[in-house]
Design a protein. Structure first.
Length: 213
């Protein structure tokens, strides 16, 4: 259970959670990193203390570190990583989808999948497995981390300000918004209206065939 008394700008635990949980979440999607960052936003709602910027920066740094550790794991320990995290029919299908999508969308996929539960893990590992250009990966994950941390913290502050004296109600509102946004991103990923802007699309060609994972 989250104790809002521990999530404040004077507590070292707040800064530790902001850094560590997003890093762990990269390889272990069950780690509630987004919930923790949203809760930090709720707990600090209404405050204008500049240490809020530090919390957001730490959350972004943690997410960035986690993504790049995944990349290095995939690149250096490819076969072992495939057996451990992308095994079985589902894992094979997810990797095949990630490879196709990386080829079509590049860095845009890395950024968008930051907001899809589990998608981040599959894509970042696959980037290492297929030898996706590291410089491009670092830039994309840096952008994704900053956007995600700012978004999660901001949603939390919105919920906290809406229910100023009921932090649990604020947290539930914020998490509800996060779930709606995640679902919307997943729907867009499946419908893929941006397939018309694939970088390998030839002028005048018809729409590419659908290839869901």
């Amino acid at each position: 259970m989250i104790s809002f008394s521990l999530l404040n700008l004077s507590s070292p635990a707040s800064y530790l959670l902001a850094l560590v949980l997003p890093a762990l979440d990269a390889l272990l999607p069950v780690v509630p990193s987004e919930t923790a960052i949203v809760a930090l936003g709720v707990a600090t709602a209404g405050s204008t203390d500049l240490r809020i910027v530090l919390l957001i920066a730490l959350a972004a740094l943690g997410a960035f570190i986690g993504d790049n550790v995944n990349y290095l794991l995939g690149r250096r320990f490819g076969p072992a990583v495939s057996r451990r995290f992308l095994a079985g029919e589902r894992g094979t299908r997810q990797r095949a989808w990630a490879e196709r999508s990386l080829d079509h969308y590049g860095a845009r996929l890395i950024i968008v999948c930051r907001f899809i539960p589990g998608g981040r893990t599959v894509v970042t590992l696959t980037c290492g497995l297929v030898g996706y250009r590291q410089r491009s990966f670092v830039i994309a994950t840096a952008f994704a981390a900053v956007i995600w941390a700012t978004y999660a913290f901001g949603i939390g502050r919105l919920g906290g300000q809406t229910f100023e004296h009921k932090p649990w109600a604020g947290l539930l509102l914020a998490l509800g918004i996060v779930l709606v946004v995640s679902a919307a991103v997943e729907v867009v990923r499946r419908v893929r209206p941006w397939r018309w802007f694939r970088r390998d699309r030839a002028p005048g060609s018809g729409p590419p065939p659908r290839a869901d994972p």
